[in-house]
Design a protein around this ligand. Structure first.
Ligand code: ADP
Ligand code: ZN
Length: 210
């Protein structure tokens, strides 16, 4: 099953994808994670995209498309994957049709007020990428991840100015993908307000999975 996870920043795509990857036995491909790893490693790609990402803007289409095209050429994603954070523009969606065929696009729906609440308290593990939240889901030990013991930090692009920018970018460039995929009959809407386990149950039902 080839899935795309669509939704505003803070919809919980990353958290949900991390669980769904085991559930559906489909590799999780997060362009955001790939970029953050590149930045941490100070690779040429990382150096190139750091400022753009920190400011809450999108990396340019050509770079992002090439990255995903190469990743989707690997053997482990021949029959299934979860694409999280790609496509984010119509141009990316059009490019995707030239190298892969998506089965279903999940639109994780959540109001702006919830997005802002979630992003403004988000803490990310530097080692395993797990998403914690200062008030809703804090790690037991301050500043350390319960999953792996790594240290947790606030993403540069989760700071208020960048969050504002990301929501703007989402509305202008990514939200049009909802109608784009709906008109192709590929879209499934999922309410992203409940707790993760409930969302996953709803997702399984929507995809008619046991
Ligand atoms: P979020 O938590 O907002 O869903 P991600 O972790 O998916 O964010 O991505 C973080 C940042 O990485 C984005 O704000 C953007 O700068 C960059 N990025 C990720 N995916 C894409 C993409 N498909 N096209 C352009 N830029 C991207
Ligand atoms: Zn961790």
């Amino acid at each position: 099953m080839k899935l795309v996870f669509l939704g505003p920043p803070g919809a919980g795509k990353g958290t949900l994808a991390a669980k769904a990857t085991t559930l559906f036995n489909a590799p999780h491909i997060s362009t955001g994670n790939i970029f953050r790893e590149a930045i941490a490693a100070k690779s040429p790609l990382g150096v190139k995209v750091k400022a753009v990402i920190d400011a809450g803007k999108l990396v340019d289409d050509a770079v992002t498309i090439e990255l995903v095209r190469e990743r989707l050429a690997k053997d482990d994603v021949k029959t299934s994957y979860i694409l999280d954070g790609f496509p984010r523009t119509i141009a990316q969606a059009e490019a995707l049709t030239t190298f892969s065929r998506v089965d279903t696009v999940i639109n994780f729906d959540v109001p702006d007020s919830v997005v802002i609440e979630r992003l403004s308290g988000r803490l990310v593990c530097r080692k395993c990428g797990f998403n914690w939240h200062k008030s809703f889901n804090p790690p037991q030990k301050d500043n350390f991840c319960d999953e792996c013991g790594g240290d947790v930090y606030i993403r540069e692009d989760d700071k208020p100015e960048a969050v504002k920018k990301r929501l703007e970018v989402y509305r202008e460039q990514t939200a049009p993908l909802i109608e784009y995929y709906r008109s192709k009959g590929l879209l499934v809407d999922i309410d992203a307000r409940p707790q993760v386990d409930i969302i996953l149950e709803n997702l399984k039902k929507a995809l008619r999975r046991p």
